[in-house]
Write a new protein. Sequence first.
Length: 354
Amino acid sequence: MQLADLLGIRWPLLQAPMAGVQGSRLALAVCEAGGLGALPAAALTPTALDAEIQRLRAGTDRPWNLNFFCHAPPASDPAREQAWRGTLRADYARFGLDVEHVAATPGRRPFDAGALALVQAHRPAVVSFHFGLPADDLLAGVRAAGCLVLASATTAEEAHWLQARGVDAVIAQGWEAGGHRGHFLSDDLDLQADLPTLLPRIVAAVDVPVIAAGGIADARRVSAAMALGAAGVQVGTAYLLCPEADTRAVHRQALHEPRTTAVTNVFTGRPARGIVNRAMRSWGPLAADVPAFPLATAFSAPLREAAEAQALDDYSLLWAGEQFPACREVPAADVTTALVEGFGPQRQDALPDR
């Protein structure tokens, strides 16, 4: 079965869930353009998530994806947190802030019983996971709701692990991808590979459809991923400048500038790719003493808010993939239309528009 047929969409193109820069508006636009729109749940309260789901359900009868993180909430480490305060103290003083008053509180929600209740109430066509999979009983509840299950892998070993637990498709996340790395079997970043290397490895390792993600910003790269055995593609960064995205002003400006990206852990405690800024240069980009994910978020957030109030991106999470210069300030439907040209004539018999 073709991936598009499995997911019930016109094109085998998935919009990557991007917490903090998008909600239901972008997901709806991609759904209506024939792809699979996604709603990121990790940064939303249950009430806010339910409201966004209601907007999706009211706005389209097409399939959509509800995405969750699967990290294990860490225990607080007072000594580590105090050392990190020392690293950030001068930056806090720059804005007249006191870092000693910052408490390490979680900034991202993992999939739990409350999230499962929302899944069972709304029954999305697709539920996807980042950082592995939830506990077996929670995953069984997702399946009982009739949802297809997708999950990210950054190595062939992770893909094989996911297949053994019954996922319906694997998302192969190349090193080029923006946002958080999805690794979960090992924290060794030396195991991470770019998409042209990773994709054939995962295709050879599993029997389920493999979705290519990372550095796919135009039709040429869509075509290249399909030639390497992908069943479809997942695209995030290319949508960041769309009017339907909630990308902040400083983030939008950075996407227009001749800058570079790097993988950093200084904002959240977990490696993620973003546009290089002052914080990444001063504290990292990879810091050994940063509090564990997602506790570090509480330390970077006050600086981000203070700097952005002055139109500075010095401490902002500017998540973006390596191909961010290809971003265009056009509607999401136009981005989707340009991307699907990379599929060639293979889907001209696809599901008709409704």
